[in-house]
Design a protein around this ligand. Structure first.
Ligand SMILES: [Zn+2]
Length: 299
């Protein structure tokens, strides 16, 4: 097995190495909803421990859509089939770091777009659906996805929660859409916060603290953003450096605020930057590529 570092005792994921490798989350697996988060690997032989890296799923700014799109779409189709669906049932977003969430319609499925930075008519960072068999996909290369499922109404949501989407409480926007459109009750819903950059790795400027203190509250900002103390060799304190943002804690606070019970929330402790050999990490390698998070409305 390729070794993924995670930050405490709780291993809440499984590694799958058949076909294109991916990880899935125990809580979502137990609910019976197909889910995945990819790695750098195109393939991995569990017997020899030899894998091929370089998986391409999202068209990057540095690539031409015409050249990259067929490769990315083919890989996503393989993944969709591994989850029991196909690309013809996929709905993706264009991901502009908004907190906008779209309710998928039949017209959104399988259209020849390629995710980030490509043509798409929706200016959104999250999608929800109650249509059976639909695959929701978002991309991330440090920004965690948040998977939301309602096993009672058989509806799902998936959002891209970078710092701006987190600030805009995008998981709560998705949940609100599911309540209004599908009749979901947040008390029935489950959520998993997927892999993303950890607090230690995520340095932010003062303006990010100010934004959270203004739009959330100073108390909340102090819970999710802190300056780490630093000391010289002689023990004297170095003036405080940059803030560090905890996206996991911030999104957990939003999920609780939206009414999801605490024991229905799973939080990945996998950092994409701490594991930059296994995962694409924007803070490590900029625009190299990104992981896909996928969730299928099949139970
Ligand atoms: Zn880290």
């Amino acid at each position: 097995m390729f070794t993924i570092k995670y930050s405490d005792e709780n291993r809440i994921f499984n590694i799958h190495t058949e076909g294109i490798p991916y990880i899935s989350f125990d809580m979502l697996d137990e609910l019976g909803v197909p889910n995945l988060f990819t790695t750098r690997y195109i393939s991995y032989d569990a017997d020899t421990g030899i894998g091929e890296k370089g998986l391409r799923l999202a068209v990057m700014k540095t690539e031409t859509v015409e050249e990259a799109s067929p490769v990315c779409r083919r890989n996503r189709d393989v993944l969709a089939h591994q989850l029991g669906s196909s690309l013809s049932m996929e709905c993706i977003t264009d991901q502009k770091h908004t907190n906008y969430v779209h309710v998928a319609s039949k017209d959104d499925l399988g259209i020849p777009t390629v995710g980030n930075f490509a043509l798409h008519r929706h200016y959104v960072d999250g999608v929800v659906t109650d249509m059976p068999g639909v695959v929701l996909t978002v991309f991330g290369g440090d920004c965690p996805p948040v998977y939301i499922v309602d096993p009672v109404r058989k509806a799902i949501g998936l959002v891209h929660a970078g710092w701006r989407g987190t600030l805009g409480r995008i998981p709560e926007v998705a949940i609100a859409n599911m309540v209004v459109r599908f009749g979901s009750d947040p008390g029935d819903m489950y959520a998993a916060i997927g892999p993303g950059i950890c607090r230690d790795c995520y340095e932010m400027g003062d303006e990010v603290y100010d934004a959270f203190a203004e739009q959330w509250s100073k108390t909340e900002a102090d819970m999710i953003l802190s300056r780490y103390p630093a000391f010289n060799a002689d023990g004297t304190e170095i003036p405080a450096g940059k803030y560090h943002l905890d996206l996991r804690e911030a999104n957990k606070m939003t999920l609780l605020r939206a009414g999801i019970p605490e024991d229905h929330i799973a939080i990945s402790n996998i950092c994409t930057k701490c594991n930059a050999d296994i995962f694409y990490s924007y803070r490590s390698h900029r625009m190299e590529n990104e992981q896909a998070a996928m969730l299928v409305n099949r139970w």
